[in-house]
Unconditional design. Structure first.
Length: 484
């Protein structure tokens, strides 16, 4: 049986206990994962501190950037290994992992390597009251040891989204991947070693949250900052843990994202785009749209078109290149999603399609599959409309005016993402600027420029990452004032 070990100070290390890494497509055991207890977490943080005082801390920015490029090349050299590990852990279709997760992981390192080499900081010549002057300029310093906690839905993509800028700024990291998806963070450790990253710069600890690796990391007094992507309740718990030490935090949390579809949209492109927005990765993307608001003149036509699109999606083995939807991450998460399917009908929804568990007649029946599902007819106050489900499901409601659509879209405790679909350019600008979210797409979805600010509002997060915003989070800006 394969073992997935912790990676501390350049060595793979076994903890006292093991837990199972399960394939969500068929319920089979992939590997035994070694859980890091408090002593191993302490070792990882200590190793990260030692690395800051060693060769890593003495590297110039161009040298760090060159190493990040070597990491990107190392990911690409082991492309198939990363794809297979990601598919086995998450159950996502191999075609999706091949075109999104692994290429983006390499791109994250390249983008931040180039960005740190070219990033500028402010300087000012200040006129003083006595007729003299002073020069003020800023320098960038690493925060220290950064704790990185990664979710299970996009484990490699979101891991590298955080590790790349943290290393670019000269920090060291201790990574806690989700217990559901431990493989690619561990595989990245091999790439780090091969690229020549000094021991202790990149550390991986496996385990759970409370009374396990996650809690031990977040409450550790020598961890300088925490970055986390995951559900809002976990983010709140981490925030409470780190409050006493006033550590910098960056949280990208849950969402109940809305899409507004106007009657003048490019209909076919909108249906295609929102099919992706609802069903990509079996709905397990924090940016997915679970609430669709469609202008009444095209409401019935749109519902029927999205129904046909959903019913054309192929559920199947993640290793089949023609599979569109894989399983949910676990049987526990499937139970949660199915409970919302049942709740929708109890609340009076009209089920347009889906709503149950598919059968295959083979080993996939042991997996965590659900049908892509569409509902209509619920009140805006319904729990299914208000609460994040995180599955391949949406509710579609009609609207009659722009003002009504904006009000319904913004009537949520979350604020991560939205999309607006219209061919009226003025309307696209006007409506998108009224969305109380971190990112709004117009006539597209999931289109990212890695230099732009990314994050959520309200229960969807704190702070912004991406481009210079990531560099500013992962570094301490020190102003120097010299009287001339």
């Amino acid at each position: 049986m394969k073992s997935i070990l912790n990676f501390i100070d350049g060595q793979f290390v076994r903890g006292e206990n093991d837990f199972a890494d399960v394939n969500p497509a068929n319920g089979s055991l992939i590997a035994k994962v070694s859980e890091a207890g408090e002593e191993l977490v302490n070792r990882a943080v200590h190793a990260a501190h030692q690395a800051l005082r060693g060769p890593w801390g003495k590297l110039a920015t161009p040298q760090r950037a060159a190493l990040l490029h070597k990491i990107a090349a190392g990911i690409e050299a082991r492309f198939d290994d990363f794809v297979q590990a990601e598919v086995a852990d998450t159950g996502k279709p191999i075609a999706l992992a091949s075109r999104l997760d692994v290429p983006r992981a390499a791109a994250n390192f390249r983008v931040f390597a180039d960005l740190i080499r070219n990033a500028s900081l402010e300087s000012f010549q200040t006129e003083t009251a006595d007729g003299k002057s002073a020069l003020n300029y800023a320098i960038r310093k690493p925060l220290g040891v950064v704790g990185i906690i990664v979710p299970w839905n996009l484990p490699l993509l979101l891991l590298t989204w955080k590790v790349a800028p943290a290393l670019a700024c000269g920090n060291t990291v201790v990574v806690k991947p989700s217990e559901e998806t431990p493989a690619t963070a561990t595989l990245l450790a091999e790439v780090m070693s091969a690229a020549g990253i000094p021991h202790g710069v990149y550390n991986v600890i496996h385990g759970f949250g409370p009374n396990s690796a996650g809690e031990f990391l977040t409450r550790h007094p020598e961890v300088s900052a925490i970055t986390f992507t995951g559900e809002s309740t976990t983010g709140a718990a981490i925030m409470k843990t780190v409050a006493a030490s006033v550590k910098p935090i960056s949280f990208e949390l849950g969402g109940k994202n809305a899409a507004i579809v106007f009657a003048d949209c490019d209909f076919d492109e909108t249906v295609k785009g929102l099919s992706d927005a609802v069903f990509l990765n079996t709905g397990q993307v924090c940016l997915c749209a679970e609430r669709l608001y469609v202008e009444r003149p095209i409401f019935d036509k749109f519902v029927e078109a999205l129904k046909q699109k959903a019913e054309s999606l192929k559920l199947g083995s993640p290793l089949d290149q023609t599979t569109d939807l894989g399983p949910l991450i676990s049987s526990q998460h499937r139970d949660k999603v199915i409970s919302y399917y049942r709740l929708a009908e109890a609340e009076g929804a009209t089920r347009i399609t889906g709503g149950s568990i598919p059968t295959f007649g083979n080993e996939l029946d042991q997996g965590s599959y659900v049908q892509p599902t569409i509902y209509t007819g619920l009140q805006e106050s319904a729990r299914v409309v208000k609460e994040e489900i995180f599955g391949p499901v949406c509710h579609i409601a009609p609207f009659d005016s722009e003002e009504e659509a904006v009000a319904m879209a913004n009537d949520t405790k979350y604020g991560l993402a939205a999309s607006v679909w219209t061919q009226n350019l003025r309307r696209g600008h006007r409506v998108s600027q009224q969305m109380n979210v971190g990112i709004t797409w117009v006539n597209c979805w999931f289109l990212r420029d890695l230099r732009t600010p990314f994050g959520g509002a309200r229960l969807s997060g704190i702070g912004r990452e991406g481009g210079i915003h990531s560099l500013n989070f992962y570094s301490e800006l020190n102003n120097i004032c010299i009287q001339l």
